[in-house]
Ligand binder design. Structure first.
Ligand code: NAD
Ligand code: TDX
Length: 338
């Protein structure tokens, strides 16, 4: 059995990866270590919780005591998804991003080095490269120029991982992926926020002029890329992962409304996000040429399926949209929406 530790596995992408890995690798035993923040939800893994090869441990990657306990037995591989992941929250409250994304990553590296792992994969983001103008792409060699507290904390983590590799020969890999979409994404991110607001006949808050561009990738394609890099990537390397689907935000919002048969009158242009990155676009040719991976989901098809998933899973998003989420939503949009 290969013992794999997945941190942050109760979130959107981590839960998708765990489900995928258990299906694809019958000789894997997967432990999900997650502190269950507002974004962590064990409902996301209801279908695998009875699988004898799956275990859940509640704990915090920034807590030395939790990690010492977790690493009392060695792991073959570690995949670090655990993070504060939302840019707008990092603008309101950067400290939790520093604690989890930077301190937590270094603590994980230290424990993994101390006990010895075969491979450690750091799940990073294209946002570490900053923002593009109309032309060009992010390559693995593009300088890091993060613009938000979130992306600065992710870039810091990438540099700590790089330093561990160069200094100690730590067997690390880094992936940098573009914007994910798909089932179980917390409805604070653009696509699920717009779908759920539309379903509740609420305003759809589009930042600025809606012309900022993101490169969208289906979460299933991201999970497959992570498994590929973990197993076959070259230690010490960075891999960009993109969806080849650049769309302006307003296009995405209109496509959602069209799929739901709703009027565009609910779109409300609101005050822009401070420091809002204009465009992200990923060159993932290294993934294709070296590892034979490429995205398989066509954006408009995947978006339609995702909308249908939210239509069919109303209890899931209604429950996560309660409590703390409402407080956040008020802070975020209270002064922006008329
Ligand atoms: P998410 O916010 O849905 O999930 C994060 C998970 O980490 C949650 O389950 C949360 O409980 C857990 N967590 C947070 N702090 C923790 C801590 N201190 N200790 C243990 N667990 C903790 O995020 P996501 O969208 O699934 O993103 C997962 C990873 O992928 C992140 O590292 C993110 O930076 C990266 N990423 C995300 C995207 C995207 O589009 N969502 C794109 C590229 C990269
Ligand atoms: O209400 C909104 N209105 C709006 O116009 C929200 C929430 C977002 N937006 C815009 C901002 C961005 O241009 O939509 C775009 C996408 O926003 P987010 O979903 O917040 O994603 P982004 O800021 O691009 O970051 C995402 O991709 C990279 C993830 O949240 C990160 O975790 C990942 O690393």
């Amino acid at each position: 059995m290969t013992r794999v530790l997945v941190t942050g596995g109760a979130g959107f992408i981590g839960s998708n990866f765990i489900r995928f890995a258990l299906k694809e690798r019958s000789d894997w035993q997967v432990t999900n270590f997650d502190s269950l923040t507002y974004a962590g939800n064990l409902e996301n893994l209801r279908d695998v919780e009875r699988d004898a090869r799956y275990h859940f441990v509640k704990g915090d990657i920034a807590c030395e005591k939790d990690l010492t306990q977790l690493f009392s037995e060695p792991w073959d591989a570690v995949v670090n998804f655990a993070a504060e992941s939302h840019v707008d929250r990092s603008i309101l409250d950067p400290m939790s991003f520093v604690t989890t994304n930077i301190l937590g990553t270094q603590r994980l590296i230290d424990q993994a080095r101390r006990t010895g792992v075969d491979r450690y994969l750091q799940v990073s983001t294209d946002e570490v490269y900053g923002s593009l103008g109309k032309r060009g792409y992010f390559h693995e060699t593009t300088p890091l120029q993060p613009n938000s507290p979130y992306s600065a904390s992710k870039a810091s983590a990438d540099l700590l991982v790089r330093a561990a590799f160069h200094t100690h020969g730590f067997p690390a890999l880094v992936t940098r992926c573009s914007n994910n979409y798909g089932p179980f994404q917390f409805p604070e991110k653009l696509i699920p926020l717009m779908i759920t607001n539309a379903l509740e006949d609420k305003p759809l808050p589009v930042y600025g002029d809606g012309m900022n561009i993101r490169d969208w990738i289906h979460v299933d394609d991201h999970s497959r890329a992570i498994l590929t890099v973990l197993e076959r990537g070259t230690i010490g390397e960075v891999y960009n992962i993109g969806g080849n689907a650049e769309r302006a935000n307003i296009q995405v919002v209109k496509a959602i409304l069209k799929h739901l048969g709703k009027s565009e009158d609910s779109i409300q242009f609101v005050t822009d996000r401070p420091g809002h990155d204009q465009r992200y676009a990923i060159d993932s040719s290294k993934m294709q040429e070296e590892l034979g991976w490429e995205p398989q989901h066509e954006f408009e098809v995947g978006l339609g399926q995702t909308i249908d998933w939210y239509l069919a899973n109303r209890p899931w998003w209604e429950s996560v949209r309660s409590g703390e989420y409402r407080e956040y939503f008020e802070r975020q949009y209270g002064s922006r929406l008329a």
